[in-house]
Design a protein around this ligand. Sequence first.
Ligand code: MRU
Length: 342
Amino acid sequence: MSTPTIEWIGGVDGHLRLIDQTKLPAETELLDCETVDDVWWAIRKLSVRGAPAIGVAAAYAVVLATSDSHESVKSACDHLATSRPTAVNLFWALDRMRRVADDADRDELAERLLAEAKAIHSEDAEQCAAIGRHGADLLEQTLAKGSGILTHCNTGALATGGDGTALAVLFELHRRGFGPHVYADETRPLLQGSRLTMWELTDRGVKATLICDSMAAQVMREGRVAAAIVGADRIAANGDSANKIGTYGVALHAKAHGLPFYVAAPTTTFDLSLATGAEIPIEERAASEITKPGGVMFAPEGVEVYNPAFDVAPAELIAGIITERGVINPVTTDTVTKMVAN
Ligand code: MRU
């Protein structure tokens, strides 16, 4: 990908430039955000999305608030925290920015916050690379060359500050000559799989086949895939993992077919304050995403709709969680805590 997903333009008085992911793959349009509210909307509308990318974008957004004072930084953090509820990376990044602000004098505030946002961005890129290496080591040892691997949603360079999480593993396998054949769920209702994942895989020359979400079980039964790998938005202390709606179904299908189901996520996606996935807040989004995508009527006017954006795959269905520090396997409160808590 030649255009960065997230880019800070200029110095402390600069602004944030994003790829507007709502326009992909038809157009690669850039979105220049000059205010905190511009970034709030970009996150809410999914112009920037994916747990790590939301955290990075929010961190830069805080820099846009610094012209006034510590007070404006605090209210920017409070406001940004209301943009989306599930991805914990958002709250983690805002806490980090708050801590830097608390420690900074007024005359150094903007500079310190910009440096912190850039650090969050580059650390995420490093974590993506390490996840890619650990995941590729694991899959190279356990799967045959050229195996089919199913993925759900988008977990690549568009979703992170680097090369991705689950997709970073697949990119690394491709780079090593393993030749993975990726089956990408289209990912209803907003089609992150077909619009974004297929765009990234094609761009990098990875062999990929697009399927509807409802085809995953059949693809497994036909022996087309040997494993499934997905990302996460928030992982509880016991390893229960929230990810894009439909992920739980993929995990159940994998179990029924005796296939390993892996989650790939940086340690910034864990929320050890929650004992289990039952406590993870699940975002509900507008009915129109299902009834009128792109303004076209897909359902009769006024029908009742339920549109949760995420679901939770229970730890017992997860063969391993691939982090930048290594692979958590088996997935239990004990092994998660050992790997993640500092
Ligand atoms: O609603 P989205 O597109 O932000 O949901 C994204 C996902 O569910 C991703 O799988 C997750 O954030 C991991 S991204 C590395």
